[in-house]
Design a binder for this molecule. Sequence first.
Ligand code: PXP
Length: 255
Amino acid sequence: MTQRVRLGVNIDHVATVRNARGGASPDPVRAAREALAAGADGITAHLREDRRHISDADIDHLSAVLREQERPLNLEMAVTQEMLAIALHHRPHAVCLVPEKREERTTEGGLDVVGGHNWITPFVGRLNDAGARVSLFIGADPAQIEAAKRTGAAVVELHTGAYCDAVRDERPEDAAAELAALTAGAAHAHALGLEVHAGHGIDYETVAAVAAIPQIMELNIGHFLIGEAIFVGLGPAIGRMRDLMDQARGLEAAA
Ligand code: PXP
């Protein structure tokens, strides 16, 4: 049976707009509620070390609201002791470990699990013990996928940024090569018993090819949806993305 792909909506950039002026508006928690009402399966938020968008208070509020609604929070975070303590305090449904550099505009590459195996593995263990579903954000590289499996993580999230950039920049050969790597990576991870997610840079144009990869169970999408919401509203933007994901799986679009 073809399975529906879950959609995690990343609300970081609602907080980016709020922080441009300080104050409380627009409220990422309101965005989370609206995203869920519009068909998101869960909410993703990245608490960065420099707190450039999501704040500690946002995580407090999101945790409470999502727990009340019995919906999953996926906390993206760097592999640091500070973030580990925050995750252990809030016990979100899922934690996605990401590389983080202060100077980057967004998460540019995947985590180096091969190089960082010895320090990543204890983090995964602590989070697993706390009941979180741990995912590692990595490139679709067989060595990284195998190292991710050895950490004890249940999930890998494959970085789709290079594929999406190649589509956007009209480099069809690169796009085909990146998509082939994602397709092979998803199959390899699944064969090792890992659940496969994907995300970064996905828009209406790129979502179908990624959602059609059969082993992918969840997409996490943020920047494009929040930008599109300026023009059409968050609900319709999510609704269209949801329909494109369902069509890519050969499922009926929601009525
Ligand atoms: N998945 C991960 C692990 C991310 O770090 C991000 C960006 O925060 C996303 C998905 C969403 O990427 P985008 O905002 O480009 O859709």
